[in-house]
Design a binder for this molecule. Structure first.
Ligand code: SAH
Length: 241
């Protein structure tokens, strides 16, 4: 899957994308992440990408020309998303949608933002990573790359591991443990060491429900509340009274 990113700080994103899971996926040809430097498409000696806002006010705005020129030269996969606080908020469903698609692109703003003609005439939509304001779109692009990249088929070593993690069934994941079985007197639940897959499954189901109920009751609400059997399971494990 090809994913293009446009930025005035391209190495931030390319260094990140070259490591760990994303780096290995790129080496294996599963991901084709191309980061474009918007400065390459400036025409003045100072390689100016920003200018003062019409109407006055503080800060600088990224100019339309280098962005249009850069996108036109790269012919990136569409949709092209402008990263910004006004966009559709990234969640696991959107990450999955993007991973199921045929590639997409992201444009990172900086300073006070981007000339609005870029948003309305060049981009296909807007994407936000949450209700807060960042200094630039690069971190947002990295968040999207990582959340989406790991869902692209083949990228995660164990394909099953994406299926039961947090949010995939509207629940948080059950608690995980590794060796040693006893650490400073803190013991891993016996059932997880029992080898009894039926019991382990029930324990995990109960604790995924219990954890979600405690930390994110809104997620339980979204699923339409607890079913009778779910309440019974929680009660059985002492997670509901
Ligand atoms: N003045 C703008 C914010 C500009 S922040 C406003 O008030 O809306 C500079 C850049 O950071 C933006 O152009 C955008 O690309 C990026 N950015 C900031 N917050 C973001 C968020 N929540 N999600 C994605 N990108 C964001």
């Amino acid at each position: 899957m090809r994913i293009d990113v446009f930025s005035i700080f391209p190495t931030m994103v390319s260094e990140f994308a070259g490591q760990s899971l994303l780096g290995r996926a790129s080496q294996r040809g599963l991901l084709d992440i191309r980061v474009h430097d918007l400065r390459e498409h400036t025409t003045d000696v100072h390689r100016t990408v920003d200018d003062t806002p019409f109407g006055g006010g503080a800060g600088m705005v990224l100019r339309a020309e280098p962005i249009f020129a850069s996108v036109e030269a790269a012919q990136p996969p569409r949709p092209l998303f402008l990263l910004g606080p006004g966009g559709r908020r990234l969640d696991q469903d959107l990450a999955q949608e993007l991973a199921d698609g045929g590639g997409f692109s992201m444009l990172c703003g900086r300073y006070e933002g981007v000339d609005d003609r870029v948003r309305t005439e060049l981009c296909d939509g807007e994407l936000s990573i949450g209700d807060y304001v960042l200094g630039g779109g690069e971190v947002a692009a990295m968040v999207v790359l990582e959340a989406v990249g790991r869902l692209v088929p083949g990228v995660m070593g164990n394909a099953a591991s994406a299926g039961d993690e947090s949010f995939s069934h509207g629940l948080l994941e059950y608690p995980q443990f590794t060796k040693p079985a006893v650490f400073r007197g803190m013991e891993v639940p016996e059932v997880l060491r029992s080898g009894d897959h039926g019991r382990i499954e029930r324990w995990r189901r109960a604790h995924a429900l219990g954890r979600t109920l405690a930390a994110r009751p809104d997620l339980i609400e979204q699923r339409g509340g607890l079913t009778g059997p779910e309440s019974a399971l929680l009660f059985e494990f002492g997670l509901l009274d």
